[in-house]
Design a protein around this ligand. Sequence first.
Ligand code: SAH
Ligand code: SF4
Length: 344
Amino acid sequence: MQKTVLSKLSKDELIDFITSAGEKKFRAEQIFSWIWAKNAGNFDEMTDIKKEFRTFLKENCTILDSKIKTRQISKDGTIKYLIEFNDGNCAETVLMRFDNRSNLSMCVSSQIGCKMGCKFCATGKNGFKRNLMPHEIVSQILHAQIDTGLKITNVVFMGQGEPLDNFENVQKALELINKNLQISIRRITISTCGLVPKIIDLSKNNLLPTLAISLHAPRHELRKEIMPIENKYTVKELHDALKEYNNATKDRITIEYILIGNFNDTQECAKELIEYLKDIKCNINLIPYNPVEGDKFKKPEKNNILKFKYLLEAAGKKVTIRLERGADIDAACGQLAGKIKNLS
Ligand code: SAH
Ligand code: SF4
């Protein structure tokens, strides 16, 4: 008999399950709290549940249906996990600690692989395998919490996959992260390469996460060279969707811009970017290109990064340069490749 996966159940479903096993409602609430608030990795940790019922739980249930396959710890404290799901597929997830802040950010994957094929991205190179289910997305956070004993404070959908290409499951995952894990919706960021209709759908959502846009080029011809999605939804259409999202929330959109040496790091690009964003309420996050094996792209020169930043700032934009995290364990942006290379 297949075991019931408790982290798949909503609170009401868990109550139904536990009461139909002959226990009181408050037992279900205790178990819910052990799973979602107290990082229990197994039933023996649930010390306020009587032994017989724990035995029942062990025989009939599991908390998660995935496991940590490998764990790599970077010199800077970043931890990259390879999570193996119950069909054998794997995805990577990264826990980032920042020394000067109390934030603990989890970068989660939304798909095994990705269909979008961006030229600079390791995930995009490996093709697409399947969508992750809501509980599989959330399990990445639970695994990291159980493993470290720490409480995650921020979640970014910047791991493998395009979250808006798995919209329904990501929406359900947003609810689980917000309601069950009690992480404020503003501390959850969805990063997308620009699926315009889905951005519009998201702007009508009850829960409005922080939106991050992988823009990377301010002009159609340039963007087309590195991001196939530009052939489907142009930067112009994307601009209109961003305005819509701006209208739906008070929060700024994050504009992600990978600086690729001698490609989009020129002063001309900076000026075009300023023009493109002149009526968008946003923060700009400059990401120096992280080399991916076999790529023809170059890292930008330090000088060009700074010049680019100053130009944007002089135009009144808020700009940050993304710190490279976990580069020594290939956990930096765009370097997550998982193990799908080995699968058919
Ligand atoms: N599919 C989503 C989220 C995952 S990618 C998206 O594209 O937004 C997370 C971020 O990493 C995106 O901004 C992506 O463009 C960036 N990225 C991909 N490859 C990179 C590389 N080689 N160097 C730096 N950033 C990269
Ligand atoms: Fe997919 Fe994002 Fe990588 Fe593009 S950058 S291939 S959308 S994961």
